[in-house]
Design a protein around this ligand. Sequence first.
Ligand code: C5P
Length: 396
Amino acid sequence: MFRNKNILIGITGGIAAYKILELIRLFKKNNANVKVIMTENATNFVTPLTVRTLSNNPVYTKQFEVDNLFPEHISLGTWADIFVIAPASANTIGKIANGICDNLLTSIACAFSKPIIIAPAMNCEMWNNVFVQENIKKLKDNNYQILPPEAGFLACGTSGIGRLCAIEKICNATYEQLKYKNEKLIGKKIVITAGGTRENIDPVRFLGNHSSGKMGVALADKAYALGANVVLINTFNHKSNYKTINVNSALEMKDAVKNEQKNADCIIMAAAVADFRVKNQFENKIKKDTTNEEITLELVKNPDILSEICQSKTQNQIIVGFCAESENLIENARNKIIKKQCDYIVANDISRKDIGFSSDENEVYIIDKTQNITKIEKAPKSIVAEKIFGVIYGAD
Ligand code: C5P
C-alpha cells in the first residue's frame, strides 16, 4: 500500500495521542517509512521512546536540539511525501492557519509544499469555537485535508463532536493522497463551475435547468485527486476537501469566477448558466389571489461568463467551455469555440437519455482551437473527467 512512501506524522498534545501508536503500526504494516515529530505537550501523553520503537526511527521533539543536529533533522520536510498531523490540537491548528512557527512541528508545516492531512481532536466546545472553525476553514480553503472529528464520548467526560476520527480513515486518506497523481496537474489552480444557475422570480420561485452538476463535480474531484489546487464554484452543496464556493444566479457565478480567475491555471465552465434572468424580480412572493389569470415575466440577457473570461485571460491560462446540444452537436461546438475564443469545448448530446444531464455517465467530444476533435467514449463521469484532463494536460 505504501511501499517506498515516506510518511511524517506530527503528534500534538491531546489525549488521543495514544491512538497514533496504532496509526504508526498500521502505516508500518503497510510498508511505509514513518518518522514522527511530537510537540512538547504531546510527550506528556505518550513517550518518545514508545513512538521511536514503533516507528523504528528517531523521534523529533525540539526545534533547536544542539546536541542532536543531524542533517536529517533539518530535511524532514524534504524527506516526507506527506505530513499527517494527528491528533491536531486547537492550538496547533491555530498556529498553522496563522503562519506561526514556534516549534518544530509548526515550522515544518509552514515550509511543507506537499499534502498535509490534519485530524483534529479536542473537547466539543473547543471544536465549536468560532475561531477554531475559522482556522479550519482557512486551512481547508488552502488545500489542507481536514479529517473532521467524530461524535461520541470524550475523555473530558462529556459527549459531542471532538473525538479523533477512526485510525483507518486517516490511513485511507493518506493512501488516497499518495495514490497516482498527474505531475502536470500538481499544484495547478483549477477553477471549475458546476450545476445549473437559478434566476429568482420572487423570494420563493426561480427559473432553473436540469443540470445535476455531476460532470463539474467529477472534474473537480478528479483534478483534486490528480494533485491540483481546486476551486469548485457550484450551485449545489457538495462536501469536499477542496475549496468550494456556493452560488445561485449567473451574476453571482460571474463574480465568483472573475474573483478566482487572476491566478488560475485553468478554468473549466461545466455549469449550465442561464442565458436570461428576470428583469424585475418580485420583492415579495407572488400571490395567486391578487394577480390576474396571466402574469408576464420580462427577461434580460445574462452576461456570457465564458466569453468574458476569455477576453481577459492571461497568456498561459487554459479556458474550457462546455456545450450541450440536442442537434448538430459537432457543428455547433465548432462554431462556439470560434465565437467564445476558449481553448477547448467539451460537447455533449443532450438528446440522448443515457448520458449527460443527471446521468452518471457521459460521452463527449473535445474540440480544440485547431478544430481537432477527440471523442471520449461513453463512461462514468469520473473516467470522462480523467480523460478530459488527459486531453488538456496529457496523460501522465
Ligand atoms: O452559449 P452556450 O450557453 O451554449 O455556451 C455554453 C458554455 O458557456 C458553457 O461552458 C457555459 O458554462 C458557458 N456560459 C457562460 N455564461 C452564460 C451562458 C453559458 O459562461 N451566460
